[in-house]
Design a protein around this ligand. Sequence first.
Ligand code: FCB
Length: 468
Amino acid sequence: MTTTDPVRVQEELRFPTGFLWGSATSSYQIEGASTVDGRGPSIWDTFAATPGKVDGGDTGAVACDHYHRYPEDIALMRRLGLPAYRFSIAWPRVQPTGSSTINRAGLAFYDRLVDALLEAGIQPLPTLYHWDLPQALQDNGGWTVRDTAARFADYAAVVHSHLGDRVTEWTTLNEPFCSAYLGYFSGVHAPGETDAAQALRALHHLLLGHGLATQAMRAQAPANHKFSLVLNFSPVRIDHDDPAHREAQRKADGLQNRIFLDPVVRGEYPADVLADIAHVGALEAVVQKGDLEIISAPLDWLGVNYYSPTRVAPAAPDYVPQSHLPGLRGVDMLPPRGPLTGIGWEQEPAALRDLLVWLSEQAPGLPLLVTENGSAFEDVVTPEGRIHDTGRRNYLVEHLRAVHDAVSAGANVRGYLAWSLLDNFEWAFGYRQRFGIVHVDFETQQRTLKDSARLFADIVRDNTVPPT
Ligand code: FCB
């Protein structure tokens, strides 16, 4: 990935006709009702209930109570004129122990949700796995064992055959990076393990689960159904264009981005990354003959989540930095550069532009959808009940201009979904970090449009992003 000219800032930019707009959420972050209608426990229920794992001891037990308030939330989307909605399906609602037994009451919630979305003229974009693994499967090894991939494919087939008469767009996984690395290596996400080899095994089984699930769903799907995977990317930035810096960049980019993309679009793990992580001795042990063909079966589109870049510098060859990347050595991770968002993440819209252009070069012809992008800032509710979230508005406009730049440069980007519709349970940060374009008062469950939501509604209506 190379740095390019800064985005132009002075004119309105119109997106191509048919560009898809919407917002995104995920099940554990918004649904609540964690013990209602037969839902089984997930690894996030267990993790959040463990002292010290989540800021403020917050859990998703109630969250935005979307399980009960979904009609109101759909009405909000309608009011904002959002044509599409990306949400996730909670595996432990559908299969409380992750295998065999199907919980009809859990599936019925997604019937109600999908029917209400369609009724409101909003296209449902479900993701089958956004991190809430049934706890029973984790008790059996979770993603570190191959069987979980097979269980995931069974579950995907169940949901697909149930909702497939109404839903045509299907996403398997959200961000296997986070499930594998944050869940099994840095341990900041459920299940909170800290073992590099387990993380790399989990990575492979997640990708295999994606491949098997896609295969199972395609086998029973009509021709108009589309299948996708959502990956998160963080372009790696260096301060000097010399061989040592480029080498540090190569290593970090390999483990951060290419180890997820290459198996999917090329059918192979990148050789240089395999060499970098050979000392962990993990992937060789779990990759079986035929896996990569399954993982690389053609996708209909790729979901791209982007928030911020990663900065690195070279270090001594055996130096192990504090990072989320299992097996990384010889690289120094640099702190983000300001102005940061409220969660402390760097803001670099040009990296989104470069990323989308780079992805279109890596996978020519593959449609891309920005499935998540957004920012957390502290919000102040004025006495009149307004939220003037200037930081979030600016982030939105700057990143949309970067997306437009990528489209102008020929990137195959078909749409943009704002993260997130609602303030919600932001994983290890609990409710303190607010990513919503709609404010949620977690005491009263009152929803209030922020200025960013009003601006986004205008952008969507006009298919045009204003100057910064
Ligand atoms: C992404 C996750 C999403 C949300 C945003 C801020 O990594 O997919 O659930 O937490 O980050």
